[in-house]
Design a protein around this ligand. Sequence first.
Ligand SMILES: Nc1ncnc2c1ncn2[C@@H]1O[C@H](COP(=O)(O)OP(=O)(O)OP(=O)(O)O)[C@@H](O)[C@H]1O
Ligand SMILES: [Mg+2]
Length: 456
Amino acid sequence: MLRPRLTNPMEEKTPKEIVEALDRYIVGQHAAKRAAAVAIRNRWRRRQLPDAMRDEVSPANMILIGPTGVGKTEIARRLASLVNAPFIKVEATKYTEVGYHGRDVESMVRDLVELAFHMVRKEQTLVLKIEAERRSEEQLLDALLPVSEYDRSVQDADSDAAARRHRNREKFRTQLQAGELDDRMVEVSVTTKAAPVGMMATLGVDQMDAGVQSMLESIIPAQTKTRSVPIREARKIIFEQQCDELIDKEKVTEMALRRCENSGIIFLDELDKLAAPERAHGPDISRQGVQRDLLPIIEGCTVSTRYGTIRTDFLLFIAAGAFHDCKPSDLMPELQGRLPVRVELEDLTRDDFIRILTDPENALTKQHVALLGTEGVKIEFSKDAIVAVADMAAKLNQTTENIGARRLVTVMERLMEEISFTATDRSGDTIKIDAGYVTEQLSAICEDSDLSRFIL
Ligand SMILES: Nc1ncnc2c1ncn2[C@@H]1O[C@H](COP(=O)(O)OP(=O)(O)OP(=O)(O)O)[C@@H](O)[C@H]1O
Ligand SMILES: [Mg+2]
């Protein structure tokens, strides 16, 4: 059994190691990677401090500043998955000031806890998988070969009959394991869980007191129905039920809360939208309010959730925004102070594009090769083709709108369109994509900037 861990092994890695791990996925943006790595390490350092000292040290929450498509979200997301941290991305514009209709900022913490709960539950499922599978198999066999009262009485009396039944069961087991019985129908009982959350959401009550929510859940009775389903599906249903039974809910809840508190990351996108500079008609009251509501959460407070209360002291906040027509200094001074680390991300160049196309673990060209590989078509990109695509993307970003690395996706889609469409008929082929092919497919569109606005 896995023991709950309070510290996270990845957080114990040095910033240099974290940056190296990020390098596998993200090209360039060295400053942002360093800041992210330091923030993770700082959280670990802060936790080592004596209590009194710890309260004095503020967490290294940060703002990533940069245009669209340069990797802000990607860095935060990768960082979170590297350190196995519960992570959510929220749009700052989605929230409203407490007292107004809409979601209040505390709900982002509740969402994070919800996510952590499912994350831990999934891990526990992996731990218990073998036992749950064993029990599911027994249950399926019981469903296939119901044991009647008569059988039971015979079993005591006549060991021959019992032995026969045992042989029979083992025969079914072999068939079951080989998947030969997948289409056979069996009866399973399914419990439909009470769903007050969904119910209340449809009533328009989005944020319910956590206590009320769990109370409702316990009041509304669960309904059990018997359904006849093929074994293929029954296996999944029963497996889930067995997991539910085996998993210690309280322990999962506790682990989820602790994991959130100690390593949760909230990515607060579009922060710049809250920082609209004062215009002629004055600042937007509600946005100011959201900023004010954010202060305690970022600084550290207690939020109550349906799983229990959680302290937000060690949550890491990574805010992001383009800050085109405003500056971080347009934020409320208190909020600026709570997001002390500022990093600017660089515009991506043509050379970055070349690397983005080929280097990362899941680089775009690798994705296309793998996708078409499933059709039995082998794709080979030549070096000059990559350069041509990068050139074109860089040029399009200049002449039309700058959408950063996302441009590569649209250009590649267009480039592969013809091959994607015909691939099913070309199984066994090897297709070489060189600069000539790129020009042939794309130059007509690329040269006509009106056309490229629509297509690329
Ligand atoms: N430096 C980079 N290296 C590798 N891939 C990148 C890089 N920057 C962006 N990408 C790719 O481009 C896509 C968009 O990036 P991302 O979502 O991080 O943009 P963003 O900076 O958050 O933009 P926005 O402000 O629009 O949210 C990602 O799917 C990612 O794969
Ligand atoms: Mg983003």
